[in-house]
Design a protein around this ligand. Structure first.
Ligand SMILES: *[C@@H]1O[C@H](CO)[C@@H](O)[C@H](O)[C@H]1NC(C)=O
Ligand SMILES: *[C@@H]1O[C@H](CO)[C@@H](O)[C@H](O)[C@H]1NC(C)=O
Length: 984
């Protein structure tokens, strides 16, 4: 009977339940004796069910265990008291993406000590009934969408030790002013975290009476006024103080280091209007040496002044962040800085620091980021920077540095951004420095006195987005290898002594937004390909020796976007340029005849070529399903050579097993070339066809983001059986699948060579890989002679080479699409048979007999995109009962993207932008709960939102509604451009 009733209760609709709850001891329930007995028996079960019914969305189904098959004390996240068997003491539903409101009845869980509902989507207000939880010790409602005020009734929770309300939409109560003064009544409070809300006004004086407080975080609100000077004395246990990103004024509380001494570990004051006492010579800094546990010091973006005391080097050896940027700090970088053994971020930018950078800075091997820009630092750049192998960012711009750029900087292999602009550097640019493989953000050497050529090794920095060497004395030709940096968006070579013509290889730089070649000695013509750079907004070619016709199309139509003045021999262009017309146009009429004749001949020749190629196409079309045509294109290798290369197909060389065979790594021939050999299992049905398909596809295409086939082997093996193998360039960095899911078993690549230094792919790297793939697929679909459908896009088919450029591989399921000419349809016979692919990535229409198609590839690409940025496979166990990866992403697009993206992508934000970030990025650990960092930069989130939206749009159910691959590539390139624009 009881079971029946509870079932009935659980199945009641929310409005009915609400009416039950509002009458507290509801008459409706009273009318059923069983129900009444039940709620008396287990009042907490009744409350939990009401909580469950207030949850509208539970994407992971975590509350599915909340049913009668288990005692309610065993439900997910619930624990009961040992002594009082049916009373809930612990409720933890953190980080499950639940959406709903908190019912007032929560106040009935009168034995509750721990209430953790953080990192979900709870909205509405904190019910004042929470104040009835008089045994409550910890309350965590962080990172939800809770509004309104902190209810004054909460202060009845006199046992409360910790309260975390970070990252909501809480506001001040307009009648009472600011953070309720009553918070000060919770006298046992040790932990108070209310950052990232909309609180306004002063910190109420009563907060300074919470003598047990060891952690106070009020950062990122709209608070102002002074921080009480005696805070160190009134809160002697303070270990972490976070007040960053408010408008606090007045002096820095000197009592802090003095009174809290050993305990103070994190002091984060950035972005306020705090000052120090004018005549104390910045003694505050010296006194921080008393804090032997100091790990984080961020006083940036305030109004501190005075000399940096040498005693800075006596700071705790545990110090990780020393962030002093954007103040008025003077003095020198102390020589003793080498004793800060654990430091990862050193930022003294935008101060008035003088003197030299001490050579022994190179002993700080843990450094990841160094920013000393915008100071008055002189002397040479220490060569010892080369010893800091982990360094990802080095910013020394806007100083008075002299001497050469040390070539040792080329040893900082992880460097992503290097800025040495606006100094007095001399000498040449060392080739070592322009070969850094991860240099992906910016490379700035502008406004120095550098001479000599631009090293051609530059082409190795193929991920680079920004290159600026303007305003130097660089000479020689523009190296054609620059055309390999195809990610470039800003290229500024202006005001140097470059000569020669603009290389044709630059036609590959289609991502350019800005191109400045002005004020050089360049000669020759303006390349026509610039007309096709659709993203270019700013082109400067002025003051060179360029000649000939200015193009008319594309960007050249917009006079305000281009500058060609100061080239005396240019002609043509749009009328607004007011250049003399080119001769050809002026004499048009007279020359008509001269043109007509060659034109006729050319037309005839073109037509003849067309006919011939049509005939050849038909011939090759009919030949397509046979292998021999491959011979002409690749030098063949023998079975014996492959046997040798793979050490007789030894299992130690086996790197993967695919659907139609095994893949071995090997060393081929006298050139000892590293290769990957796919040996087809010809007993497998369809393997031969897949061999042909792949040969055919790879034969006719060439693109930097497709794996390159080296050769093929069609032979007889040692036992006399048919043997077929494909030999590809070896991809040193494994597959995307291994990078995305490093620990799990690989479904296809079982024994991959996972590198020991394998680290997580950053957002920048993922973005680049995604764009690489979009370009490769767009190429297959739209730029090949005959459109090719890949048919099996998935992470294990995407491979990374030595410099992490992504290549699309495995064309075993590739199909040629029928061309416009109906006669050619015969070449397409394979696509009419059942289409295979990989579960999770196959579009729904293939299952219902649809043919391999371009929208099918777009679908798989969409799934791939979602997987890349959420870290979840489409086949993950959580996707069942109609929930799919696409649906999951779609739901999260309503303001919850932070919670579904691969967590490391958000953490990474802290490494790059933390000084601009909210204080909680430094993560105090609240009772071991995995509280997510609240806000990465908006740029980052915006970028992720755009990516997930694109993934969802690509993987729509209806093939006709999906985007075209060309548009996908454009969109991705724009997302990337916007992201790089915003983060710098
Ligand atoms: C419920 O949890 C308790 C304590 O953890 C355990 O002993 C018991 O076996 C569980 N009951 C069920 C039905 O799982
Ligand atoms: C809030 O506290 C007041 C005073 O203690 C009490 O009268 C009132 O019932 C409480 N409200 C709720 C909803 O518990």
């Amino acid at each position: 009977m009881r079971a029946l009733c509870s079932q009935a209760c659980a199945s009641l609709s929310i409005p009915i339940l609400l009416s039950i709850l509002t009458c507290m001891i509801p008459t409706r329930c009273m009318s059923s004796p069983a129900m009444a007995a039940y709620s008396e028996d287990a009042p907490d079960k009744f409350t939990l069910i009401s909580l469950k019914n207030h949850i509208a969305l539970d994407p992971f189904g975590v509350m599915s265990s909340w049913n009668d098959s288990l005692p309610f004390c065993n439900w997910t996240g619930v624990r009961c008291s040992r002594r009082h068997k049916e009373r809930v003491t612990f409720l933890n539903l953190m980080d499950h993406q639940l959406v709903g409101s908190i019912p007032a009845s929560i106040g009935n869980l009168s034995f509750l000590q721990y209430l953790y509902l953080g990192s979900n989507g709870f909205w509405g207000r904190i019910p004042p009934e929470v104040g009835r939880l008089y045994r409550l010790k910890y309350l965590n409602l962080s990172h939800n969408a809770i509004e309104g005020e902190i209810p004054p009734n909460l202060t009845s929770c006199s046992e409360l030790l910790g309260m975390d309300l970070t990252g909501n939409k809480l506001t001040d109560n307009h009648l009472q002013g600011t953070i309720p003064a009553a918070v000060g009544k919770m006298s046992r409070l040790e932990f108070l975290k209310i950052s990232g809300n909309n609180f306004y006004g002063n910190i109420p004086p009563s907060v300074y009476n919470l003598t047990s407080l060891f952690y106070l975080d009020v950062g990122n609100n709209r608070l102002h006024g002074e921080i009480q000077p005696d805070i160190g004395f009134t809160l002697p246990n303070l270990e972490g103080l976070y007040v960053g990103r408010n408008s606090f004024t007045g002096n820095i509380p000197v009592s802090l280091p003095n009174a809290t001494g050993l305990g103070l570990g994190r002091l984060v004051l950035f972005k306020n209007e705090l000052t120090n006492l004018k005549d104390d010579a910045f003694s505050f800094m010296s006194s921080l040496t008393n804090c032997s546990g100091l790990r984080l010091l961020d006083i940036s973006m305030n109004q501190f002044e005075g000399e940096l005391p040498p005693s800075v080097s006596n700071f705790s050896s545990e110090l990780e962040w020393l962030i002093l940027g954007s103040n008025q700090i003077s003095g020198k970088i102390p020589r003793g800085i080498e004793s800060l053994k654990g430091i990862t971020r050193l930022d003294m930018s935008r101060n008035v620091i003088m003197g030299v950078i001490p050579e022994n800075i190179g002993k700080l091997h843990t450094l990841l980021e160094v920013d000393l820009s915008h100071n008055k630092i002189s002397g040479a750049i220490p060569a010892s920077f080369g010893n800091i192998s982990q360094l990802t960012r080095l910013s020394l711009q806007e100083n008075s540095l002299q001497g050469n750029i040390p070539s040792s900087i080329g040893s900082c292999r992880q460097l992503e951004t290097l800025n040495l602009s606006s100094n007095n550097l001399t000498g040449t640019i060392p080739a070592e420095v322009v070969t850094l493989p991860f240099m992906s953000i910016s490379f700035h050497l502008a406004r120095n006195l550098l001479n000599g050529p631009l090293p051609q090794e530059l082409g190795n920095m193929s991920s680079l987005v920004e290159l600026d060497v303007s305003d130097n004395r660089l000479s020689g030709v523009i190296p054609p290898t620059l055309g390999e940096c195809i990610m470039l968006e800003r290229l500024d070579l202006g005001n140097n002594l470059f000569e020669g013509s603009i290389p044709s290889s630059l036609s590959a730089l289609k991502s350019l937004h800005l191109l400045d070649l002005g004020r050089n000695k360049l000669s020759g013509q303006i390349p026509k390909y610039l007309q096709n750079f659709t993203l270019l907004q700013d082109l400067n070619l002025s003051f060179n020796n360029l000649e000939g016709e200015v193009p008319y199309d594309g960007l050249f139509r917009n006079v305000s976007a281009i500058s060609v003045t100061g080239n005396s021999r240019l002609c043509g262009g749009t009328e607004e340029l007011e250049l003399p017309p080119c001769k050809i146009h002026r004499k048009k009429k007279q020359r008509t005849l001269e043109f007509v004749i060659p034109l006729t001949i050319m037309c005839f020749l073109l037509f003849a070529c067309f006919i011939i190629s049509l005939i050849r196409l038909r011939k090759s079309g009919s030949k397509r399903p046979s292998a021999p045509s491959i011979k002409e294109h690749f030098p063949k290798v023998s079975y014996f050579q492959i046997q040798q290369a793979t050490d007789n197909f030894s299992s130690s060389n086996l790197i993967g097993e695919g659907s139609y065979g095994s893949v071995y790594k090997g060393i081929l021939g006298e050139e000892r070339m590293m290769v990957a050999v796919k040996v087809l299992n010809l007993r497998r049905k369809g393997a031969f066809k897949s061999f042909i398909a792949e040969c055919e596809a790879l034969r006719s295409i060439r693109h930097r983001n497709l794996v390159k086939i080296v050769t093929t082997c069609s032979s007889i093996d040692s036992k006399g059986a048919d043997f077929k193998a494909l030999v590809y360039e070896f991809m040193h960095n494994g597959s995307l699948d291994e990078w995305l899911h490093p620990k799990e078993d690989q479904p296809e690549v079982t024994k991959s060579e996972v590198r020991p230094d394998l680290r997580n792919l950053s957002l920048v790297q993922r973005l680049k890989a995604a764009l690489d793939m979009a370009l490769a697929i767009d190429y297959l679909h739209n730029q090949c002679e005959t459109s090719i459908v890949h048919g099996d896009l998935k992470p294990s088919n995407i491979l990374f080479d030595h410099d992490m450029t992504a290549h699309l591989g495995d064309f075993g399921l590739a199909k040629f699409l029928p061309s416009a000419s109906p006669d050619n349809c015969s070449a397409n016979q394979s696509s009419s048979t059942g289409v295979k692919g990989t579960v999770g990535y196959v579009p729904p229409e293939y299952g219902t007999g649809g043919k391999a198609s371009m929208p099918g590839d777009v679908y798989s690409f969409g799934v791939l995109l979602l997987e890349m940025f959420t870290g979840k496979r489409p086949t993950d166990g959580m996707f069942k009962d109609g929930m799919t990866l696409q649906e999951y992403a779609k739901i999260a697009l309503h303001g919850r993207v932070e919670e579904i993206v691969e967590p490391s992508l958000l953490q990474e934000a802290q490494a790059h932008w933390s000084h601009r970030e909210v204080v909680e990025s430094s993560r105090a650990h609240f009772h071991g709960e995995n509280v997510k960092s609240s806000r990465a930069t908006t740029a980052k989130i915006d970028c992720l939102i755009a990516l997930l939206r694109l993934g969802v749009l690509c993987s729509l159910e209806n093939p006709n509604e999906r985007m075209k691959m060309k548009d996908v590539a454009t969109e991705l390139s724009e997302i990337r451009a916007k992201f790089h624009g915003e983060r710098t």
